[in-house]
Write a protein that binds this ligand. Structure first.
Ligand SMILES: Cc1cc2nc3c(=O)[nH]c(=O)nc-3n(C[C@H](O)[C@H](O)[C@H](O)COP(=O)(O)OP(=O)(O)OC[C@H]3O[C@@H](n4cnc5c(N)ncnc54)[C@H](O)[C@@H]3O)c2cc1C
Length: 413
């Protein structure tokens, strides 16, 4: 489509997105990162807008239309969001995850038994439009991160809810964490074990009962296992995300990285110290890496993009620019912002100032929007072009059913 080269610093969701869009445009892309991004800490669901002042948002499309002016996206939010989410769906399809883009927020239950809104989820994750008629919440003996009785609280309502617990598998060891459980259930013996145990406690039926399990159903073969369990049980089976590390995010990151590598993107490891005027970056050991314009997708304090001093001052870890104060500073505007302004160009994700995805529940959306803005600065008009070509031309699904069964339920989320 076009030649040239670009360098993305960071391989969190924003960096991977920017690299994907640039690679799709035919650029020679370098991704440089000192470590993994935050994806392995969460389940991989991409939020659009979950909360407004602590209240669950029902229709995030409307929310952005009404609030875009006050946010970093400006006033053209509607059409642009449609394009971006259809591109995201096409990316998901490339990664083997054909999950539709919903018309409204849906809801899930957290591992602490709280209901919360969700937007785009990978196919293995629980996301409901209406309250299920019946639910079986199944825990695993020896997996302390998922207490079925606690999780069941989130389903309390008109439907029947029951809790069950599978016994310890023969191979189990007290040192098993979620990743070890995932590796076990990826194996043939683990898949046989969980299928036999579930059939033993739940039986085979064609019932409407939803089966909910902790997010440990494999590291790379999750859909195969889910399909097998659903065939055996005759019921829908879904996972609930757990506290970090998040196997859902790890699955997504592994697929995405493999796909980028197979698309010719070059991955480099190490800490970036400076952006080179001639293109690319300079590493901490002095090596020049990459070429072309640079997109900083270096995350916030957690990702390493913002370095925090003991006095509460935050600076950009690469340029040393003052970004904000954790405590009240001399400049109220600076006390509020954390990161580089989009107007500076070449910045994506958590590093972009003016948003707090943790509070608003819009982390995935912020990555999507800002990565698109950043790549559009490298190749003007790229995102609109991508949205027009076949790869991204996937219709946004119309979801007819209301997200939350009743208004009463909506208030409880
Ligand atoms: C626990 C947790 C749960 C979350 N849950 C959700 C959720 O459910 N849904 C959702 O949509 N979002 C979720 N998020 C995402 C969050 O809201 C942000 O959107 C996301 O973390 C930002 O990603 P990013 O790509 O901007 O940065 P990060 O993921 O932080 O990536 C930063 C990258 O930059 C690299 N880097 C930084 N400095 C340098 C340097 N000098 N040299 C080289 N590399 C460097 C890092 O190594 C890393 O690869 C969650 C995040 C966390 C931490």
């Amino acid at each position: 489509m076009t030649g040239g080269a670009a360098t993305v610093v960071g391989r969190g969701p924003a960096g991977l997105l920017a690299a994907t869009l640039l690679a799709a445009a035919g650029l020679s892309v370098h991704v440089v990162s000192s470590a993994s991004g935050t994806l392995p800490l969460w389940s991989g669901r991409f939020n659009f807008r979950d909360w407004d002042q602590g209240v669950a948002v029902d229709n995030p499309w409307d929310w952005w239309r009404e609030h875009g002016e006050q946010h970093f996206v400006g006033g053209t939010a509607g059409a642009r969001w449609r394009r971006l989410w259809s591109i995201w769906r096409a990316v998901g399809q490339q990664l083997g995850m054909d999950a539709a883009i919903p018309e409204r927020n849906r809801w899930t239950v957290t591992s602490l038994g709280r209901r919360r809104p969700v937007f785009w989820t990978p196919p293995w994750e629980l996301a409901l439009d209406t309250a299920p008629a019946a639910v079986a919440v199944v825990g695993l003996e020896g997996l302390l991160d998922f207490e079925p009785e606690l999780v069941a609280d989130g389903f309390r309502g008109p439907g029947a809810v029951r809790t069950l617990r599978l016994p310890l598998p023969p191979a189990w060891h007290p040192g098993w964490g979620t990743v070890r459980w995932g590796a076990f259930l990826d194996s043939g013996s683990g898949a046989d074990w969980v299928e036999q145990q579930l059939v033993r406690v739940l039986g085979r039926s064609q019932g409407t009962e939803l089966v909910v399990l902790p997010q440990v159903l494999g590291l790379s073969r999750t859909e195969v296992l889910l399909d097998r369990l659903e065939r055996s049980l005759g019921r829908l089976v879904r996972e609930v995300g757990l506290a970090p590390p998040g196997l859902g995010g790890m699955r997504l990151e592994a697929r995405w990285t493999a796909w980028l590598l197979s698309s010719g993107v070059q991955m480099h490891h190490g800490r970036v110290q400076a952006i080179r005027g001639a293109g690319g970056v300079t590493m901490a050991d002095g090596r020049p890496v990459g070429e072309g314009p640079v997109i900083l997708a270096t995350g916030g304090i957690l990702g390493g993009g913002v370095r925090l001093s003991a006095d509460g001052t935050g600076v950009d870890a690469i340029s040393g620019r003052l970004l904000g104060y954790l405590a009240d500073g001399d400049d109220p505007a600076l006390a509020l912002r954390w990161g580089l302004a989009l107007d500076d160009g070449g910045v994506a994700g958590r590093q972009a100032a003016g948003c707090d995805p943790d509070v608003h529940g819009d982390g995935g959306a912020v990555c999507l929007w800002t990565a698109a803005e950043a790549v559009d600065r490298v190749v003007p008009g790229l995102v609109d072009r991508l949205a027009r070509i076949g790869a991204a031309e996937v219709a946004v699904q119309d979801v007819a059913a209301p997200v939350l069964g009743t208004e009463e339920e909506a208030k409880r989320v």
